[in-house]
Write a protein that binds this ligand. Structure first.
Ligand code: BDR
Ligand code: CA
Length: 319
């Protein structure tokens, strides 16, 4: 099998960074055409810089990075420095990137690639869906160039910003609605599945024990990340959980593309709430699609956490 053409749209973000490393470490499976960044966990200038910081860390400065939309379609930007640190990658110990940011806008890059590609392209979306929504609005024909969209976002159960909504969909619910209703081959990995993939001390130690710059950096990024998800009292302004260890979200998308056998899911009819106040950004999934409401997404429900962490550690060991 030739490597799968892939574009990663992201808002690094600690877990986005780990997802990028996993993709970099899998050149036999992925032909990584570019990384597009969006405002989300931190503002756009930081997500664009952080993606390049990770390219340097992995010595993959050959992968072009494009900055996209600086704010959601309609709402004001909500960020998550409380989870990812003030820079989005902790407190800023990774050096400034020296590789250039591409001059082309991320949306223009997506449209160009998806309308000229020799083979359909897979899109891994790890942040708010603003870039893809704008590309779909500007040029609906890009749908023909998409092999599949695999998205980290949403939740069938509780949210992690509000009781109803997961961060990526809460930040830009209107963009998510555009994407979900575009009729694309869509796979959703929401909190239901990423909360099964926990960064336990032994898994963190395995990364650290790789002893490589990448292994040590991954462990250093992940050690403080998501601790607040383990204590529901940590921040009354957010809907915290009481998980046994911090969850690993975005790398699940890359792991799913590498090893779909580590996951199970079902076709469902997915919708996004954009009107309500209590449920703004909620993913509403009907697990019983009908001829009048056919399935429009595969919703992943279970993950083999041990297998995913073994894959991550094995692959990062190659960088
Ligand atoms: C998602 O929100 C972000 O903070 C993470 O990077 C992940 O994409 C989890 O809700
Ligand atoms: Ca993210």
């Amino acid at each position: 099998m030739p490597p799968r053409p892939l574009i990663i749209d992201c808002d690094p973000g600690v877990d986005d960074a780990i997802a990028l490393l996993l993709a970099f470490a899998s050149p036999a499976e992925f032909d990584l055409l570019g990384i597009t960044t969006v405002a989300g966990n931190v503002p756009l200038a930081l997500t664009a810089a952080n993606a390049r910081r990770i390219c340097h860390l992995a010595q993959r400065t050959d992968v072009p990075v494009y900055a996209g939309c600086p704010r959601p379609l309609l709402r004001s930007l909500v960020t998550a420095e409380d989870i990812h640190g003030s820079t989005g990658l902790g407190e800023g110990w990774l050096p400034e990137p020296t590789m250039p940011l591409q001059p082309q806008h991320a949306v223009a890059f997506l449209i160009e690639q998806l309308t000229t590609a020799a083979a359909p392209i897979t899109l891994a979306t790890l942040g708010p869906l603003t870039n893809l929504a704008v590309a779909l609005i500007q040029c609906p024909a890009i749908a023909g160039g998409i092999d599949q969209v695999v998205m980290m976002g949403g939740s069938l159960g509780p949210g992690n910003v509000t009781p109803a909504a997961e961060f990526n969909l809460y930040v830009d619910p209107h963009a998510a609605k555009v994407v979900v209703e575009a009729g694309l081959p869509l796979t959703m990995l929401g909190l239901d599945v990423t909360h099964q993939v926990l960064t336990t001390p032994d898994r963190l130690a395995a990364l650290e024990n790789l002893g490589t710059p990448v292994g040590k950096a991954a462990a250093k990024l992940l050690r403080p990340y998501g601790q607040s998800e383990c204590d529901s009292r940590s921040d009354p302004s957010r809907n915290r959980h009481s998980l046994a260890a911090p969850p690993l979200h975005d790398p699940c998308v890359i792991a799913y593309l590498l090893r779909p056998d580590l996951f199970t899911g079902r076709p469902m009819r997915l919708a996004v709430e954009t009107e309500g106040t209590l449920c703004l950004g909620r993913t509403v999934a009907n697990a019983y699609p009908s001829p009048t409401t056919p399935a429009n997404a595969t919703v992943i429900e279970t993950a083999d956490a041990e297998g995913i962490y073994a894959l991550l550690t094995e692959r990062l060991g190659k960088l």
